[in-house]
Design a protein around this ligand. Structure first.
Ligand SMILES: [Zn+2]
Length: 235
């Protein structure tokens, strides 16, 4: 497949997941942004355009330094953050940033998310750090991110929202949308049972986290000797 065909396919993927996230209520109106890295360029959603109405040819194209090199519309205002994150994590090829309600509500607290009574949270996240507030659309937004991004794929942006990285758009999108659901469920749990947290043991939490890592972002790898028994135990 030539580079142009790859870019068109990637643009279609961005549109597909933009629609899914909008439908799921994770992205609203013209907010949030999605990008993917294709060879030596980055495709990113244009600024202030509804993600569920985009056409492939409307996507903005950046070089790996963040220069706007293609597409008819101005790139997302958070382009600098996406470019910086691709530099921090060369293994990453997709990034999704949203202002989904529960993730953003937790980000507004300024506290990292450390839920200990949810197996799903332990498998997918273990912890979600919060990056100190930086003005949206500026370089300040990703200041302090490099240390946390080494170990975590999903980060809260204080007083702002959430961002996830992944090996593709499916991976990055699911990390954002799954966290939104987990935090919603956790909030209901706290409301219904404020005096009963029923936390899992530290040993169990570590076990679940290791299982999640062995599956590489929750997607099981080709069978190895130990995979079958672990899968039977948890899936
Ligand atoms: Zn934002």
């Amino acid at each position: 497949m030539d580079q142009n065909s790859k870019l068109i396919e990637a643009a279609k993927e961005i549109i597909k997941y933009g629609k899914k996230l909008t439908k799921a209520g994770v992205i609203g109106a013209q907010e949030g942004n999605l990008s993917c890295k294709v060879g030596d360029v980055i495709l990113i959603t244009p600024s202030a355009m509804a993600k569920d109405e985009l056409q492939p040819e409307q996507m903005a194209v950046l070089d790996l330094e963040g220069n706007w090199i293609g597409g008819p519309h101005k790139p997302s205002s958070e382009s600098a953050m996406h470019v910086a994150m691709y530099k921090m994590r060369p293994d990453v090829t997709a990034i999704v940033h949203t202002h989904s309600p529960y993730c953003t509500a937790f980000a507004m607290s300024g506290e990292p998310v450390d839920i200990r009574n949810s197996a799903e949270f332990a498998i997918f996240y273990r912890k979600v750090p919060v990056i100190p507030y930086g003005e949206p659309g500026t370089h300040a937004i990703y200041k302090g991110m490099s240390k946390e991004l080494v170990d975590y794929d999903t980060l809260l942006l204080e007083n702002h929202g959430v961002v996830s990285v992944g090996k593709d758009l499916c991976d990055a999108s699911s990390k954002c949308s799954t966290l939104e659901l987990v935090l919603r469920t956790y909030t209901i749990n706290r409301q219904l049972f404020p005096n009963r947290s029923n936390d899992l043991s530290q040993r169990e939490l570590e076990k679940l986290w290791k299982f999640g890592r062995s599956c590489k972002h929750g997607i099981p790898q080709p069978a190895k000797k130990t995979t079958a028994s672990i899968s039977e135990q948890y899936i």
